[in-house]
Every structure is written in structure tokens, then in C-alpha cells.
Design a binder for this molecule. Structure first.
Ligand SMILES: Nc1ncnc2c1ncn2[C@@H]1O[C@H](COP(=O)(O)OP(=O)(O)OP(=O)(O)O)[C@@H](O)[C@H]1O
Ligand SMILES: [Mg+2]
Length: 243
């Protein structure tokens, strides 16, 4: 087990955003977390990456308890994250955006090593042709790719992706999918949140489904999409439905 969350909980005032959640990620695995809007998916990534602390529970990365560690320490230990709301540095070039990840990521690097890593990741993510472009001139698809590439440049052991395919055209999503697969081939485990079900089906080895902060199902894409609780979570939000 590479990453394990046990009994993880987080409240915001009266809202139980994550409730007693247990899940794990194996080495080299691609795990999807899905669920309706507000289910608590992004909160899980925030707890894992250290944006804020968990109220209860434990997070262990490769044998190290990281539950109370600050975000930068988690990054150094190998958690790399791309955000749902993309946050590239707009005035910097695509190359320099990746350089930030390469310099401040999981490994201590010299400037020369970081430059080498940056060129590797530009190639891996298909961004070499846009390397000199300021990030502000990118399309949404380009921004999403840079957001992901910057996280990859940190050389994570676990890559955390929050809806990196959202708003992309099918072909753009396919290209991102190929990049995620290529990253996995380099031995990185991936935990991704996604609403685009085709992407979940094609990419995930295993799926965790959340609703109202809780895990309601776990298994293969086929298993979870046929699960009555999951169907109800996605369809049964109208309580006045009266069949
Ligand atoms: N920083 C915060 N402060 C207060 N409430 C929050 C905060 N972050 C999340 N919440 C609340 O916690 C619940 C879970 O939110 P979260 O963003 O984790 O859902 P999500 O599954 O990522 O949804 P979406 O699919 O829309 O991105 C929601 O009720 C949300 O309003
Ligand atoms: Mg979210």
C-alpha cells in the first residue's frame, strides 16, 4: 500500500464534508474518486495534500504518517497535485511554470537537474512546442495540461488530479488520458477526481464513489456503476420524485 487514509473526517461548520473515509492506493495504481457535486472529493485531495488538516483520521504515505505535516513537506515526500481551478503563473512561460515544479518538488535538485527534468516533462506532456509561450496565452486545454505538467515535474510518487479533463473536447481529453497513462508507466500512482465518466471507465483501475462525504461504493468501473446506491446518488436527488 502506497497511500492509505483511515477514518478521515473534515467538517466545515455544520457540513460534514468528509465522513469517516477509508481508502488506499497501491503502487502503480490509477484510482478514481467520483461522486455528485459537493460529495467531498476536492476536500479529500485538500486533506491529502495538506491544504488544511483533518479533524480526525490518519494519512500514511509509504509507511510515513503525514496526517499533521505541512503541505510542502508532503510535496517533498512525493505527493504532487493539480488543482480543479487551474493556477498556472500567467506571466511566466510554460517552461518556467514547469521549472517551478521541478525545483520545489519531491527531490532536491540543482538548477541544471531541474532544467533537465523540465525538458523531460515538456516532452512527456506534449508541451515542447508551447514551451516559450506565456501561460496566459494558453487555451483552457493548454492551461489544464500545464497545471498537470507542473505537478508531474515535481516527480511525485503519487499524482493527485482534480478534474483535469473538465471542459475539454473529447480529443483533448484523450490526449490528457494518454499523458496520465504515460506517467503511470514511469511508476507513478495516480489518484484522480473526474466527472467525465468515459475518462473514468478508460483510465481507472479501481473506483471509489462518494456521496455526502461518505464512501458508498468501491470496485471496478462496472461494479460501481451498477451499484444501487451509486445509481440513487446520481439520479435520486429529487426527493419529491414520487414514482
Ligand atoms: N473551504 C471550505 N469552506 C467551507 N465549506 C467547504 C469548503 N470546501 C468545501 N466545502 C463544503 O464541503 C462540501 C464538499 O465540497 P467539495 O468541494 O469537497 O465537493 P466536491 O465533491 O469536490 O464537489 P464538485 O464535484 O462540485 O467539485 C460542500 O458542501 C462544500 O460546500
Ligand atoms: Mg471538487
Amino acid at each position: 500500500m502506497l497511500l492509505a487514509a483511515t477514518d478521515l473526517s473534515k467538517r466545515f461548520g455544520g457540513v460534514a464534508a468528509v465522513r469517516r473515509l477509508d481508502f488506499h492506493l497501491d503502487p502503480g495504481e490509477i484510482l478514481a474518486i467520483i461522486g455528485p457535486n459537493g460529495a467531498g472529493k476536492t476536500t479529500v485531495l485538500n486533506l491529502l495534500s495538506g491544504v488544511f488538516p483533518a479533524d480526525e483520521g490518519r494519512i500514511v504515505l509509504d509507511g510515513t504518517d503525514i496526517t499533521r505535516l505541512p503541505a510542502e513537506d508532503r510535496c517533498h515526500l512525493g505527493l504532487g497535485r493539480a488543482f480543479q481551478v487551474v493556477q498556472p503563473f500567467p506571466e511566466m512561460t510554460v517552461r518556467d511554470n514547469l521549472m517551478v515544479g521541478a525545483l520545489f518538488g519531491a527531490r532536491q535538485r540543482s538548477l541544471a537537474e531541474a532544467r533537465k527534468r523540465t525538458e523531460e516533462v515538456l516532452a512527456l506532456t506534449g508541451l515542447s512546442g508551447r514551451a516559450a509561450m506565456p501561460a496566459r496565452d494558453l487555451t483552457l486545454a493548454g492551461e489544464k495540461r500545464v497545471e498537470m505538467a507542473r505537478a508531474i515535474a515535481t516527480s511525485p510518487r503519487v499524482l493527485l488530479l482534480d478534474e483535469v479533463m473538465a471542459g475539454l473536447l473529447p480529443q483533448e481529453a484523450d490526449e490528457m488520458l494518454a499523458v496520465v497513462r504515460a506517467v503511470r508507466e514511469t511508476g507513478v500512482a495516480v489518484l484522480f477526481i473526474e466527472h467525465v465518466m468515459r475518462v473514468v471507465r478508460d483510465l481507472a483501475d479501481r473506483v471509489v464513489v462518494m456521496d455526502f462525504g461518505e464512501k458508498i461504493a468501491e470496485g471496478s468501473y462496472r461494479d460501481v456503476t451498477g451499484h444501487p446506491k451509486v445509481i440513487e446518488a446520481y439520479l435520486g436527488t429529487e426527493e419529491t420524485g414520487g414514482a
